[in-house]
Write a protein that binds this ligand. Sequence first.
Ligand code: DHB
Ligand code: FE
Length: 280
Amino acid sequence: MARLVGGLGTSHVPSIGAALEKGLRDTPEWKPFFDGYLPARQWIREHQPDVAVVVFNDHFNAMFLDRVPTFAVGCAAEYLPVDEGWGPRAIPPFEGASHFAWHLTDTLVENHFDPEIIQEIKVDHGLQVPMELFWGKPSDAWPVKVVPIFVNVLQYPIPLPDRLYALGKVLGQAIESYDSDEKFVVLGTGGLSHQLQGARAGFVNPPADRQFLKDIAEDPDELAGWSRQRYIETFGGEGAELIMWLVMRGALNRDVLVKHQHYFVPASMTGAGMIVLENA
Ligand code: DHB
Ligand code: FE
């Protein structure tokens, strides 16, 4: 059977990709941010996952307000980077793991989650940036296949945190029941605290971010029990993206080991965090 080798959490701020493109990686502003990911890059090299299930949100780049699935699973063979306004980024296409994606969709429906099934879509920084942070930008092809899980965190009503945690548990079952020797990782992306618009634009909450990085490992049931309003008050309007980390956490066992973590503030306008978890 397939094996879940770890859960990874990371911010997905678009200017991270832009900084890499502009050759700013080793500037004083960015070097401490990128260096914090080096242990996670090493962890990826040691574990060599075959499939990455990436939980993220499209930011009105591939879908707009005419089409807002609460949950969607990418079942496509390939995902191209979407044009976010400056032309599509020069990164290779992502190969899909469509056979597993159909098994996941089937398992979700059997467990009373009914996602939209997507067979053709492009992916934005929400998926691109985490892949570059953990795997590095490949010259020709990505060394891992992806299964995108899209979550609506932009257009209210967004889903409940405990619903995402429950979805993560079904994702864990889907991986465990998948007849394959492949190694899986699950990525929860977004956050940490940030608000990009409105009266609180520029809001970050570093103490709450640090507490989140502790609780996502040690006390996920507590975080799953928070209301959506509490996420927004604590982490900002867009910081509520953090609920997507609960899918990653739900896929893991109750007890986990924190292998690596990193926090940096601000990356663009965001408290940026990373964690690498393994089942205890
Ligand atoms: C920023 C952060 C995000 O998570 C995002 O999706 C868009 C922008 C930012 O800090 O600029
Ligand atoms: Fe985002």
